[in-house]
Design a protein around this ligand. Structure first.
Ligand code: 5GP
Ligand code: MG
Length: 183
């Protein structure tokens, strides 16, 4: 069953605020900001957020996977290289969800090792976890949520539900089809 958490309107309002804050943070920088999206989950968040950043922005993406069937696999598979070397770049790393932080921390460290001048992080959702289970924190997040499994606005359950405009909690009983809610 899908339980609504955030509507597309609420998401858009929050994304606009983040875009403004990010613009202010980087506006005195002389090099364009490189936005690196961790795919596939952050795809909608990324395209909405970059259009709220009033600066020159380059876009790149990393294909990574750590979750297998609703649970963290404990390792992060990075499946591609960036188009341009991260050396010297100011990077804003975007992800859908910060859970344990393994994904964000692994990719952030890798970009810094490759010589990025700075790597700040921004996530759509920050999941509440006991502090000892969080490996890192994001510089920005849109919403903080309880540790439930969520879908929509780019987030999937076995590749489904990504195209729901809002964000929903997916409850145990998976019998509900998205058609019942939004289509
Ligand atoms: P972490 O590495 O921080 O433990 O996990 C983050 C990654 O796990 C995210 O990039 C996301 O792909 C996936 N993930 C964590 N929680 C959820 C969730 O509730 N729903 C979905 N669809 N993916 C999640
Ligand atoms: Mg992800």
């Amino acid at each position: 069953m899908l339980v609504p958490l955030f509507t597309s309107e609420i998401i858009a309002e929050r994304v606009a605020v983040l875009g403004k804050e990010i613009t202010e943070t980087y506006q005195s920088e002389s090099v364009p900001l490189t936005v690196v999206s961790i795919l596939t989950g952050s795809i909608f968040f990324s395209v909405d957020l970059v259009r709220q950043i009033r600066l020159h922005v380059k876009m790149d993406a990393i294909l990574a996977q750590s979750y297998v069937h609703h649970a963290s696999s404990g390792e992060v598979l990075i499946k591609n290289k960036l188009k341009e070397s991260p050396a010297g770049a100011n990077i804003l790393l975007l992800d859908d969800i910060l859970d344990t932080g393994l994904t964000l921390k692994t990719i952030q460290s890798s970009l810094l090792e490759q010589g990025a001048a700075s790597v700040k992080t921004c996530v759509l959702l920050d999941k509440e976890l006991p502090p000892e289970k969080k490996m890192t924190h994001a510089d920005w997040f849109a919403f903080r949520i309880p540790p439930k499994y969520v879908v929509g606005y780019g987030l999937d359950s076995d590749e489904l539900y990504r195209n729901l405009p809002g964000i929903y909690e997916l409850q145990d009983d998976d019998s509900g089809k998205p058609e019942d809610f939004v289509f």
